[in-house]
Structure formats: structure tokens, C-alpha cells
Design a protein around this ligand. Sequence first.
Ligand code: FES
Length: 864
Amino acid sequence: MEFTLNGQDRTFDGDPGQELLAYLRDVAGLKSPKDGCSGEGICGCCTVLVDGKARLSCRMAVKDVAGRTVTTVEGLSPEERDAFADAFVLKGGVQCGFCTPGIVMKAASLLRKNPGPTREEIRDGLNGNLCRCTGYKKVIDSVACAAEALREGRPVAFPGGTGAVGTRHPKYTAREAVLGERVFVGDMVEPGMVYGALRFSDHPRARVLRVDTTEALQVEGVLAVLTARDIKGRRVNGMIYRDWPVMVLEGEETRCIGDVLASVAASTEEAARAAAGLVRVEYEVLPPVTDIFEALEPGAPQLTDHGNVLSVTEVRLGDAEGALRTAAHVTRQRYTTQRIEHAFLEPEAALAVPWTKDGEAGVKIFDGGQGGYEDRRQIAELLDLPERLVNVVLVQNGGAFGGKEDLMGQHHAAMLCLATGRPVMLRFDRKTSLRTHAKRHPIVMDYELGCDAEGRLVALVARMHSDSGAYASVGMKVIERAVAHSAGAYAIPNVHVKGTAVITNNAPCGAMRGFGANQAAFGIESSVDELCALGGFDRWQFRWDNALTEGKATATGQVLRSGVGVRACLEALEGRFRAAKYAGLAAGIKNTGIGCGMPDSGMAKIEILGPQKVVLHHGWCEMGQGAHNMALQTLVTETGIDPAVIEVRVETDAETRCGMTTASRGTSLVGNSVREAARGLKADLAAGLTLADLAGRTYRGEWVCDWTTKVGQEPPEGREIVTHYSYGYAAQLVELDGAGRITRVTAAHDAGRIMNPTLFEGQIEGSLHMGLGYAITEDFPYRDGWPVSWKMADLGILRTRDMPELDVIGVEVPDAHGPYGAKGVGEIGLVPTAPAVANALRQFDGVRRTALPLRELRLLGRGK
Ligand code: FES
């Protein structure tokens, strides 16, 4: 059959039923259409034009385009390409960029029909395209900007600027992302590349009696089938506790449906997946333990050697129970939050290639994860190789939000690469992604909060139980963070909070944006509003009066010494709060840095290659949030180097060690380490040397915080409790109209120093989108150890039409340790959102909601 692709005639004599998206990507080599939902047709990442109309290429076969014209981003006119690329860069409509080419194609079809759309028309036109990063506001701004440029036949005008900290410097490689030219791991192709696939457990809990690879090995194209017996090194892995088996051995019990029993490498992805399905497994099926309270019963099956409790965190300040007994007003309530899925639009992918270092054989891994050095450590242990023979290149990924911290496919790709001697691509489809990576913890929280007759908080007693699922991941840290943030942004003199992380046969739960602080915020902020109702207190004033300030202590007993911006955030909202018909208010706090007795550190290396090329190495993952900009803009600020000559790289061979990109610490640690690295370069430039003179030189820098205190432990003699070296602060206001629909969310955030206003706003707007979803629709329920639904459509991710007006207010109360005073903003954007929504509804109809998600679609204007 024949058709036209991007203006060129094509003849196709393959399988006419082949999915058009697969053809475009794998045969035609066009990488702008992305596969985000594995054919479900709900994400829009694969949107192309067919005869000028926007169509989902994952829902079409090649035969459907016989005699027709197909256009991808690569085939748009030069004017359209420039307009979209420049507009998205200027307006900040691109973060991770995975959704962007699909959105551009939808927008192109819209603008060809209607060159002057209103914002509402753009919003409605893009409703079929999901974006997990931006909150859509800047996407709509970008399309409006592109439309204007195209209508007026002129380029998008950039204001220019130095690229220094504080400027709206364009996001690093954003233009390439818009045009689909910046490759994600799953887009990569290597000569001789083969494909990997995994065989998962058929049961959440079962003893594995036999794993038989005979049939799988007979599939044409199969090169290797590996089981747990083939692992040379450390088979059981994990970021903190080593409890997560790379593959389950015969004789062991599976603990969740994401457990891997075998891996396959084959010449095609189809052959690898087919062979994985032919690995035969015999089991003794056991009843799964799926309820946290049943798991804690004395007679419950014990899922680990140490029982079903992963960890317990407890904090005590004063006499909380005693203070509650004498409090003038006390609210007691159980609050529950749900498991949700990260739903980053790029499913996990890893490419492992044979690699040599100083003549010794190793492996290089193009990795879409969140921590190159952590991944390298675990992969080297698994392969029984020294770390120097494992080189992890962190490729900018298509969103992560904490869900790409644990190893998912990187280690399997590496094993298969060594077994076959070939480059191995291992890409997860959406179902595999849902099946494997750790989720946000459901937490059951029993809150008791009391205040005196004047409205001063006097005591908090709380019990928290999280479903941490099958493996530790960072579950003990999440419950620790929930406990540490249990008092929210308030100073409470008497606190007794205990959190227990429970092991079950459900999906492992781990890091997700907010990391326990969101759940705690729902408990404390709902409780604060209930106290205000009991005592007749003004909700804004009560918060302002009880807010953390310098000299007051958090729930862990850390006395904050400087840079506390809670009151400034509340003050930014007071006018709107007073004017709103139905206003929901919530404050928030979120740590910057892991802290809690663990070191936070980062390294940077500046390589001067010549006057036109400076390579800036750091260790942090760019997942859309802007880590590369933070590094680059810091270097520009310190040295005045032209940002256009700076290339940013993350590769473990550069030995710029750091941990996971987590805990809102990237800006802080990359900024401080680049500043340290820039010292020598700055001095050399000040001495009159040029980049040409300095070609061949490298400069290194490191910044370490090793003075934090484990939660619940006393600090060393003579030192204060420092749970975290820095915190971000926020307050948010959700306004409802007379029909109970959210009309606007105003988010005031103390970022310490706003390093890049466009990226700052983007982080908060994207967080608000995620926070509103968390509040109202998002859920990933399990039954008997299995997801109730495998559909991405059922995850409850909000679309363009669901989004209210978003207004971000930047507050800058400088931090003592952050670069230029900066605090982390990656997570706090959704910490106050869900309770602010619930508190708005409480004003609307007087009913206190205690469980997330609220499932009240009228909030979104979707009927009742
Ligand atoms: Fe849209 Fe990341 S920028 S999904």
C-alpha cells in the first residue's frame, strides 16, 4: 500500500495490521510520536495528523492510512515548527517533554482550523492530551503564543537575558523536546540492539516450586532466558534495606505481582515478550495479606523474617495526652488517604550496552531513573562487578515524581546485556509500569488535636499506619516523614505521634512527590479547620497565630532558626481568603533534603573543553523539574559564562557522586556544589584567563550536609535537633462558586530564592494539577493483591477541562543553606492542596470529608 508521510511517498508491504505508532517509531524512525499508554488511546502522546486531522496513531493500523497523508512534528512546516518550539520554550509549556510533541500535533490541527482560538477553545481542544507535569496552564499559554505568531507571520519574540539565577532562562533542551528531537531512553537505537522482557509472578503470594525455561528458549529469536540462578552477585537489592529480590528463587515466596521470575532477551520485542509468557512456573499458591490491620493481627501470616512491620517512627514533645485532657477544644477523627500511581507519561525504559573501561569489560546503562550513583551501586553489586565498570548515564526522562527511584528494568537490561554481549533495550509497556514500580502510600491517620480557649494549639496525638506493600523501598522514610510533618506548618508544644509502616502483599509503596507530607497535611489541616469550627475561630487568623516562626519547633523538636515563610505565605492569601464566597485554606511545610541523620551531598565537575564548549557534570536526574537549569544558571551566575556554550551531563563515569534525586533537594545540592566547583574557575577568569586559556582544565566542587538528627533520637552533646537542614513553606486557597465548583486555586509558596520564575511557576502549577487529582479523583485501588483496574483511564488524572484557574504567588524568605537562599519546591506544591479542597467543601455544605479521594465531580464542573 502507499501513503504519504511528512510529504514523502511511502510504499509499505509489511503487515497491514501493524499499529501505525509502531510503524512510525520503529520502521520510519520518527521518534516524536510517543507511546504513553500502550494502545489504550487515552494519553494523546502519539497524536499525528492524518489528512490534516489529529488522530491517535496507537489506535490505527498502517492499512488505515493507505492513500492518505500522515504528518508528525518532523513534517510540520518550518514556520509551525519554529512557532511551537519557541512558544513552548518561552511560555514554559514543556517540562519533561514526553507529552509535548503529541500536544503540538493536536494544537497544529486546531490552529489550522481556527487560527485565532480563545483560551477556552485551546483548553477544550487539548482535552484528549494528558500532561502529568505542567498543570496545562503554560501549555495553553504556549499554544496561544504560537497561534499569535503564526497569525501575524512573525517569529516568537524572546526577551533575551543573561541566563543567571533569577531569570526566565529557557529550559535546557526544551526546544529539542518540543520537536521530538531530544531522545528518551525508549527512543534510542544501537547497532545490534536486542530487546528484553520480564516474566512476572502470577500470584501476589505463592511459593515458587519450579521455573521452567524450556519452551521460552525455543522461541525464534530468543538469545537468553535468565532466572534467579543466573545471578552472580547480590540477588536481593534495595535502596535502604536489601529486601527486594531481582528475581525470586525456586523455593521462595513471591510477595507481590510485580515479582520477577525470569528475564528474556530476543531479537525483537515481540519475541522477547512471547518467550517471557512461555516461562512455565509451578506454585504453591498462598492467601495474600492485603489489609494493614489484619497484617498486624497476632495470627497473621508473617511475610518477612522480621514480621509484618517494616518500621515504627515515634516523636514526643511534652505531655501531649495530658495537654489534650485539659484543652478547651479537641477534635478527634480518622483520616484515610489512598494509593495512587505516579502515571509519569514515559513508562520505564533502560538500554544496556557492552562497555569497556581501561581495557576491562563492563556495561554502560542509559537509564531513565532518578539516581545514577544509587543505580550503579546496586547494579554493580548484582553483576558482581566493581563500580568503575558500570557506567550509568542518566537520560532526561519523561516524568518520575519519585516512581523511578527503585530499580525497575535497568538491572535486568544490564544482566541480559552481559549474558548476550549485545545492547539490550528493556521498555515497559503501561501495564508493566503499573505492575512494578512503587506507589504512593495509603495511610490511615487517627488525629487528635487540641487548642486552648484563645485558639492556641496545645497538643497533637496521632497514630498513623501506612500500607507499605511488599518491599521496603523507602517506606520507612515515608512514614518517618509523615510523622515528622504531622503537625504541619504549626508550632504545637505537646506532640505524641507514632507511625507504623506495614508490610503486605500489595504493591510496594515508596517515594512519590510529597513523600508522606501530603497525607499528614490532610490530617492536620482538616483538624485545624474542625478546631476553628468548634471554637468559632477565624480560620486564617488561627493559622497565622499558630504558624511556625523562627524560634519555634516542628513536631520533631527542631527549633527553626531562620527563613520560615509560613506567615508570609498566609499573608499573601489573606485578601482573597476574605473576599471568597467559599474558601478552603491550608498551609504546608516540606523538607528540603533527606536529613534525619542521613547525609545530603552533591558534587559537580566543570570541564573546560574550549571557548565554545564547557561541560557541566552533576549527578541529579532531570525529570522535567529543571535540575539542569539550576546547575547551568548557577554556573552562569558564578562565572558569567555564556549559557549557550554549556552542556550539562549526568554520567557516573564523571564521579560526581550523589544520592537519589528526591526530597526536593536537587536545586539546593546542585546549586551549592556548582558554586563550590565554580570557585576556582571564577578566580581564574577574574585573573584574566579566558576559556581558551583554560581549555583542558577541570574544576570540582562538593557540598555536604551531615549534621542532621535521626527522628526520635537526641542530637550529640551540645548540638540542637536538626531533622532537616532546610524546609519550604506554603499556603493555598481553594475557592468554590455557588455550585460547589472550584473556580481558582491560589498558591503562595516560599521558595527562598526563585531561581527561575518560569520553572518555579511550572513546578507549582504541575503540583496543583497532581494535588487536585489526589484530592478529587486519583486512586489506584487493589483487591486481593491485584489492581482493580489496569486502565490508565481509571487512574483519575485530570484533563485540561478539569483545571480551574491557577495563580501562583512567589514568596522569598531566604534559606540559610540553600544556594542564594533557595529552598526546594519540587514537592510542596501539592502538600496543602487536598486539605484546602476538603476545607472548601466544608464551608460549602458543612460536611467534613475524611477520606481521599473525595470523588465529588461537581468540584470539577462535571455534574454532581
Ligand atoms: Fe507533559 Fe511531562 S511535560 S508529561
